[in-house]
Design a protein around this ligand. Structure first.
Ligand code: SF4
Ligand code: SF4
Length: 337
């Protein structure tokens, strides 16, 4: 069912939903961007639809809602431990189609990888409902069409912001609420069908690419800042930290904290050895994970083509171009056989 709502009506819905849900959406924060005089679009809790940034792409993804940057897994004393709860409320996430597809990738890693379930992730993820924001047009760095992630399913509401109001395709039990506040409407779903940036994914990547000079080129450029992985909606690596309280060192908490394969220390081992010190090797590892290794296990690519890694890299390294270069190398290798 489709409904038309003006801003006040939509806020009426959000007010009712907020009684049982925490609502997150991309929000523009003036002056908080990485560079002087720039803004930041990132996910925050909202109370009104006017807070949502519908036009710009968010720099960070909504993954931090189900996979927090820092998450306390348990509090411990000398004798016992306690696992913190996540509250009773559900979670509503306003996000774009590529990000809904990114959650599917996170689900594979946290819920189905190796037959183990990450209970911390599951507890938050089971609460999530998606309100998908329609992309009016593709951003320059997006390549979702190449990755097959331009369409989304599994949402509760699909929203088109237009003409000062909102056209919404509503599924499931929320239809009653939208009927109360909105008027009936016609809506045909629109998804991005072409991006300016296009990638060609190699069917397979063999060892012949591993020693190629392109990785040395990336080594000379990449400064190992990790921004590409922090902004990526599908990167899911973490490390563990035990915090001991100053007033009683026998008590504390165990936290998990985001980690990145691009930064120093990720492969640190006892004795000071690290097996992927070269920044180009890290780039190769990340690329292989996103377009080959994950696919070998789950049948589709990990990268959703959101283009955030290209947007944030201070060295202007393009991940999309790197995929195309590897594809060209593989085609060249096949021709030379
Ligand atoms: S690798 Fe880059 S384009 Fe792909 S999902 Fe991650 S941030 Fe988006
Ligand atoms: S954002 Fe760019 S410079 Fe920073 S780690 Fe990623 S590829 Fe390297």
């Amino acid at each position: 069912m489709a409904y038309w709502l003006d801003m006040d009506s939509f806020n009426g819905i959000l007010k009712e939903l907020s009684a049982d849900n925490v609502v997150y959406a991309p929000v523009k924060m003036t002056g908080k961007g990485a560079f002087s005089g720039t803004d930041l679009v990132a996910y925050r809790e909202i109370s009104g639809v006017e807070q949502i940034e519908f036009k710009e792409k968010s720099r960070f993804s909504p993954k931090e809602i189900v996979f927090p940057i820092t998450q306390t897994l348990l509090y411990f004393t000398e004798e016992e431990y306690a696992v913190p709860g996540t509250g009773e409320k559900g979670i509503i996430v306003f996000c774009r189609p590529c990000d809904v597809n990114a959650f599917k990738r996170l689900d594979e890693i946290f819920l189905r990888n190796g037959g183990r379930v990450d209970s911390y992730y599951r507890e938050l993820r089971e609460k999530v409902r998606f309100f998908v924001i329609e992309c009016a047009e593709s951003f320059d760095s997006c390549f979702c069409v190449s990755m097959g992630t331009n369409r989304a399913d599994g949402y509760d509401v699909f929203i088109r912001a237009a003409g000062g109001g909102f056209l919404c395709d509503v599924r499931g039990d929320l239809a009653t609420l939208f009927e109360k506040f909105g008027g009936p409407a016609e809506m045909s779903l629109r998804f991005i069908e072409e991006n300016k940036t296009k990638v060609s994914i190699p069917e397979s990547v063999d060892q012949s690419v591993f020693g190629h000079g392109i990785w040395r080129e990336y080594a000379s450029r990449c400064i190992a800042c990790g921004r590409c992985t922090v902004s990526c909606p599908t990167c899911s690596c973490f490390t563990m930290q035990d915090i001991f309280y100053e007033d009683n060192p026998n008590r504390g908490e165990r936290r998990r904290v985001w980690a990145s394969c691009m930064i120093d220390g990720f492969t640190a081992m006892a004795g000071g050895h690290g097996f992927r010190e070269d920044h180009g090797d890290r780039m190769r590892f990340k690329l292989m994970h996103k377009i080959s290794d994950f696919r070998k296990r789950f049948g589709y690519n990990m990268c959703v083509g959101c283009g955030r890694c290209d947007d944030v890299c201070p060295e202007y390294i393009s991940f999309a171009r790197a995929i195309n270069r590897v594809d060209a190398l593989m085609k060249e290798a096949v021709e030379n056989v």
